[in-house]
Design a protein around this ligand. Structure first.
Ligand SMILES: Nc1ncnc2c1ncn2[C@@H]1O[C@H](COP(=O)(O)OP(=O)(O)OP(=O)(O)O)[C@@H](O)[C@H]1O
Length: 251
């Protein structure tokens, strides 16, 4: 569903993402984890077509994002860590607007259960200013789900939600994956990542340092067996920095 080949992104001199290759089939929830500055948001923004990669290829449902960006973007949704909403549109107007952008035929029928699922029904006539941080996050997710994206990209989707909100959001994300979406989410909330994600992609300084199920990652590194997820993360992302590439080598 989502295929990423040798993705690389640099900002002026700084290489933020180096040669990431991975695939997310339908039904999978891939957890993108790594320390601050590891390149998670940069990766998600490249996958969403917001940033142009310096090199590499991103395919969404078989469509090359660089070749046919509109068709590829129709099949994906990206929710950034800070929800971007329209100040003068109410909750339900947001959904109507998104429905028109994405040509969602049965928008009215879809909007009501979506608002119910995300506990926004009582706020359907509210403007963003009248919503709490968590409610804004939920509205951004509702807008993202309205067109049934095949690829769902979520940057820190659980941050700012209360415990009930976290439980519901986890259920919403898992249900979308069960319905066939390929999901990529970044989060620092490792125990939630462990519960929700079917596989992990651990990045550090823009490089992949581990990729697979937790069992697969540990099977390749027997010394890490039995460690809690936080310890596993520290072991994978700390210690000696990876050696710099030789001079003149592509990074
Ligand atoms: N627009 C930009 N211009 C220049 N450098 C940038 C830009 N955005 C990110 N970077 C740099 O790219 C690197 C990766 O940043 P990125 O935001 O992708 O990391 P992250 O893993 O999402 O971090 P965090 O966990 O703190 O959100 C960092 O060194 C950052 O300073």
């Amino acid at each position: 569903m989502l295929n990423v080949h040798e993705l690389r992104k640099s900002y002026d001199g700084l290489v933020a993402v180096r040669a990431l290759t991975f695939a997310v089939p339908p039904g999978e929830v891939l957890g993108l984890v790594g320390p601050n500055g590891a390149g998670k948001t940069t990766t998600l923004r490249c996958l969403a077509g917001i940033l142009r990669p310096s090199a590499g290829r991103v395919e969404v449902a078989g469509i090359d994002l660089a070749v046919d960006p509109v068709a590829a973007k129709r099949r994906l949704a990206f929710v950034p860590d800070e929800p971007h909403l329209f100040d003068y549109l109410t909750v339900e107007e947001h959904l109507r607007f998104v429905a028109r952008l994405y040509h969602v035929a049965d928008a009215e029928q879809k909007a009501a259960p979506l608002l119910e699922e995300l506990e926004l029904t009582a706020k359907r006539r509210a403007l963003p200013d009248e919503l709490s941080r968590g409610m804004k996050q939920k509205l951004a997710i509702a807008c993202a789900l309205l067109h049934d994206p095949q690829v769902l990209l979520l940057d820190e989707p659980l941050t700012g939600l209360d415990p009930v909100g976290i439980r519901r959001m986890k259920a919403t994300i898992a249900a979308r994956a069960r319905a066939g979406a390929a999901v990529v989410l970044s989060s620092h909330l490792l125990h939630l990542v462990e519960q929700l994600c079917t596989r992990l992609l651990v990045v550090r300084q823009g490089r992949m340092v581990a990729y697979g199920t937790i069992d697969e990652i540990v099977a390749e590194r027997p010394a890490l067996a039995g460690l809690p997820i936080e310890e596993l993360f520290v072991a994978l992302t700390e210690g000696e920095a990876p050696p710099p590439p030789p001079l003149g080598a592509p990074v």
